[in-house]
Design a protein around this ligand. Structure first.
Ligand code: G16
Length: 541
């Protein structure tokens, strides 16, 4: 037992676990405080199996050794750890489920930059393979504020580079292949034969950008080894502790290299990228970027073409700020569509209860009931399967989708690293103004809904409030204001803009142009420039 002599103030985890700068995480006792608090709160874990792995970022290897020593002292029977300390978030979810583990610890700050000056993070996934539910996260947070000791064993570092078994204290440690379980699962869902024929046809080229993050080894195994794509189809495929100095967030700003390649004269037919821990995805056709909201809708509409989903979808779900494109598909299919708060954890109960099969978020996450996380590689394979069956381009498939269902023109404007007090004040002012908005006319239409989104879980009845300010107009347009829960510096204000076009011929592809009225109204309502000093968003997706 080790007594914490310098107590570390408890930290409230954000949308997806605890994320802080590496410097904060390296303070003596900081990581231990969180891990011990988690173990103190968990019940019946003596002798149980824990899965541990991360996205390979700086400090990943050291943090894993710490987790192993604490897990041993806290009575876990076995830890399965990915070779090299690597496990993508969806792969960790797959391993937890297939090995029937008690739960798992994933070391990642997702899409945030890495390296000694970058960010680090830790999150706990439960036995269903999904993010810890709110109640558990809150309990851990409360425990971090009163904890005064952590338990550890004296033991040399485990060799994470070699597959096999060893002991830490009396606890078994098994270094596992980080890729195999997930890759095998993918083979059960998708038509690998059809995708192999597409990739080997000589007339179809793909480019997958792993952004020097965790998906490199997964992409090599699946696209190159199992599906026969040329090795050059995977770029930036070696995980690096600082992600090569990049920002592994697959959006048009941070995946600019991919976008440039896909808009070049000799562009491949299909482009995709994933993020730091492999759960997000970006889909790009030749000179055509697919928004995450549209991607979810297209996958739902084409699910019958994919073996794993050919029997039909039980239902779908999207986070509140995600566009209603998938709602239109659900209505046409006659299946339920759920609207949840931002954060994958809110899909967990619906998936566990068999109420939904597919779900997704505007923040570049799409997934299904195959694991309990969003899954970047899965989304790419889903698209490849659809492309292989339909034999059309990405753009043709999306345009056909818009013709059938109408187009939910969509964009998100992020104001990153703004002064936290200013951002909070902006939201507070807007929240106060909400009751007076219904009935007021703005250029996009008359306000019909203005509220602070609250959600009642359809399965366990738990209520979550304060999930984003939404302002809806009579013509289906919508503006949502929300503060990010994943940033580590200042605050990030997100403004989500959506407008429905039944007649897709009326507008070209330029979303910013089509949304100009809503963008101006958002500024008019929130006074973003005056409050934050920012006249332009940092990132537009
Ligand atoms: C995490 C969650 C996602 C969520 C996103 C929102 O993503 O896992 O479910 O949509 O955060 O981020 P924010 O609060 O910044 O808008 P990730 O990929 O960072 O784990």
């Amino acid at each position: 037992m080790i007594v914490i002599t310098t107590p570390i103030a408890g930290q409230r985890p954000g949308t997806s676990g605890l994320r802080k700068s590496v410097q904060v995480f390296r303070q003596p006792g900081y990581l231990e405080n969180f891990v011990q608090s988690l173990f103190d709160v968990l019940e019946h874990h003596k002798g149980a199996t824990l899965v541990v792995g991360g996205d390979g970022r700086y400090f990943n290897d050291q943090a894993i050794q710490t987790v192993l020593r604490l897990a041993a002292a806290n009575g876990f029977g076995r830890v399965l750890v990915g070779q090299g300390g690597i496990l993508s978030t969806p792969a960790a979810s797959a391993v937890i489920r297939s090995r029937k583990a008690y739960g798992g610890i994933i070391l990642s700050a997702s899409h945030n930059p890495g390296g000694p000056e970058g960010d680090f993070g830790i999150k706990y996934n439960a036995g269903n393979g999904g993010p810890a539910p709110e109640a558990l996260t809150e309990a851990v947070y409360r425990r971090t504020q009163s904890i005064e000791r952590y338990l550890g064993v004296e033991s040399p570092d485990v060799d994470l580079g070699t597959l096999g078994n060893t002991l830490v204290g009396g606890m078994a440690v098994e270094v596992i292949d980080p890729v195999a379980t997930h890759a095998d699962l993918m083979e059960t869902l998708f038509d690998f034969g059809a995708i192999r024929r597409l990739l080997g046809s000589g007339s179809f080229r793909m480019r997958f950008d792993a952004m020097h993050a965790v998906t490199g080894p997964y992409a090599h195994e699946v696209f190159v080894k199992r599906l026969g794509a040329p090795a050059a189809s995977v770029v930036n495929g070696t995980p690096l502790p600082d992600f090569g100095g990049g920002h592994p967030d697959p959006n048009p700003t941070y995946a600019a290299e991919l976008v440039a390649a896909m808009f070049a004269a000799d562009a491949p037919d299909f482009g995709a990228a994933s993020d730091g821990d492999g759960d997000r995805n970006m889909i790009v056709g030749r000179r055509f970027i697919v928004t995450p909201s549209d991607s979810l809708a297209v996958l739902a509409a084409n699910a019958q073409l994919v073996p794993g989903y050919a029997a039909g979808l039980k239902g779908v779900a999207r986070s509140m700020p995600t566009s209603a494109a998938v709602d239109a598909v659900a209505a046409a299919l006659g299946i339920p569509c759920f609207e949840t708060p931002t954060g994958w954890k809110f899909f967990g109960n619906l998936l566990d209860a068999g109420r939904i099969t597919l779900c997704g978020e505007e923040s570049a996450g799409t997934g299904s009931d195959h694991v309990r996380e969003k899954d970047g590689l899965w989304a790419v394979l889903f698209w490849l399967n659809v492309l292989a069956v339909r034999g059309e381009s990405v753009e043709a498939i999306v345009r056909d989708h818009w013709r059938r269902f109408g187009r939910h023109v969509y964009s998100r404007h992020d104001y990153e690293g703004v002064d936290a007090a200013a951002a909070t004040a902006l939201m507070a002012r807007l929240r106060e103004a909400l009751p007076g908005l219904p009935g007021q006319k703005f250029s996009p239409g008359t306000v019909t809904l203005a509220d602070d989104f609250a959600y009642t879980d359809q399965v366990d009845g738990s209520v979550t409030t304060g999930q984003g300010l939404r302002i809806g107009f009579d013509n289906g347009s919508r503006i949502v204001f929300r503060l990010s829960g994943t940033g580590t510096e200042g605050a990030t204000l997100r403004v989500y803009l959506e407008r429905f076009e039944a007649d897709v011929q009326r507008h070209g592809t330029d979303a910013q142009q089509a949304l100009a009225g809503l963008i101006a109204t958002a500024e008019q309502l929130a006074g973003i420039a005056a409050t934050t000093g920012r006249t332009q968003p940092t990132v537009i997706t």
